[in-house]
Design a protein around this ligand. Structure first.
Ligand SMILES: O=C(O)C(=O)C[C@H](O)[C@@H](O)CO
Length: 263
C-alpha cells in the first residue's frame, strides 16, 4: 500500500518554522540535484522566468524524490488547467504569481480541490497518486497540497489581508523585483518605501495564522527578512549563484595573472 508523503514544508509553515530554500531556474535536473545536495528545506522550480517546461519540471521532480526537501513550482500564471496538470504530475506546493485579490485567491483554491470542494479535473491514474497505488489519494490530496500566492504588486499589497485570509490559501510569497517595479521603483527592491512594505506583511499573515516567504538578494537580506518574521526564505537562485561565482573567480584570477604578466 503506497501512502501520500506528508508535505513537510506546509506543516513547518503552519508551525511558523523558518524554512530555507533556493530558486531554481537553470531548468536542469543535473544542476538542481547539485543544489539539492546542499540540504535546503525547499527548492522552487521556476516556470515564469526560466526555460523550464512540463518535461524539465517532471525530470526534476523525479530526481528530487530522493532528497528530503519539498519541491515547489512557481507557475508562469494562474490557469486552472495548468494547476491540474502540475498537481497530477505530483507537484504538491504551488506558487501562483501576482495575486491581487481575494477573488483570484478563491479561484486558485478551487482549482486545487476536487468536486464538490473545487473544480480540479479527476484522473484515475497519474503520477500524483502513483498511478492508482495511493488508494485514497482523491480524498486526502488536499491535506498535502500547499497553495502559496505571490504578493508582488501594489494592488496585491493593498488586498493582502483579504488574500491571505482566504480559506485554502496556505501562505504567501513576496516577489521583491516585481513589487518594487509595481511601486514605481523598477530595479530598486531595497528602496526604503519597498522595504517598509516588505516589513509590513509578515504581521498580516501571522494574524491569519499563516506564514509568508520572500526571495532574498543577499545574506544581509536573509537576516533582515528573518528578523521581520519571514519564514519561507529563498537564499537566492541557482543562476545567480553560478553567475556570481563565475564572475568573481575569473576577476580574482585575471587580476593575479595581470600582476604576474610583467615577469
Ligand atoms: O518579483 C520577484 O522578485 C520574483 O517573483 C522572483 C523573481 O521572479 C525571480 O526570478 C528571481 O529574480
Amino acid at each position: 500500500m503506497t501512502t501520500l508523503k506528508p508535505n513537510a514544508l506546509k506543516a513547518a509553515l503552519y508551525n511558523r518554522k523558518i524554512q530555507l530554500g533556493l530558486w531554481c531556474a537553470l531548468s536542469s535536473s543535473y544542476s538542481t540535484e547539485i543544489v539539492a545536495g546542499s540540504g535546503y528545506d525547499w527548492l522552487t522550480l521556476d516556470m515564469e522566468h526560466s526555460p523550464n517546461d512540463m518535461h524539465t519540471v517532471l525530470t526534476q521532480l523525479q530526481m528530487l524524490g530522493a532528497y528530503n526537501l519539498e519541491p515547489a513550482v512557481r507557475l508562469v500564471k494562474f490557469d486552472k488547467d495548468l494547476v491540474k496538470q502540475y498537481l497530477d504530475m505530483g507537484v504538491r506546493t504551488l506558487i501562483l504569481p501576482n495575486v491581487e485579490s481575494a477573488a483570484q485567491a478563491g479561484e486558485i483554491v478551487l482549482s486545487t480541490r476536487y468536486p464538490h470542494r473545487g473544480v480540479r479535473g479527476v484522473a484515475g491514474q497519474q503520477r500524483a497518486n502513483r498511478w492508482g497505488r495511493i488508494a485514497n489519494y482523491a480524498q486526502t490530496a488536499d491535506e498535502q497540497i500547499c497553495v502559496l500566492v505571490q504578493i508582488e504588486s501594489a494592488p496585491g499589497v493593498n488586498q493582502f489581508d483579504a488574500i491571505i485570509g482566504t480559506e485554502g490559501i496556505d501562505g504567501a510569497f513576496v516577489g521583491p523585483n516585481d513589487l518594487a517595479a509595481s511601486m514605481g521603483f523598477l530595479g530598486q527592491q531595497h528602496h526604503s518605501d519597498v522595504q517598509k512594505t516588505i516589513q509590513s506583511l509578515p504581521a498580516v499573515a501571522a494574524k491569519h495564522g499563516k506564514s509568508i516567504g520572500i526571495l532574498a538578494a543577499s545574506e544581509a537580506d536573509v537576516q533582515r527578512y528573518i528578523e521581520w518574521g519571514y519564514k519561507m526564505v529563498g537564499l537566492g537562485s541557482d543562476q545567480g549563484l553560478l553567475a556570481k561565482a563565475s564572475d568573481t573567480l575569473l576577476s580574482n584570477c585575471r587580476q593575479f595573472a595581470q600582476q604576474h604578466a610583467r615577469e
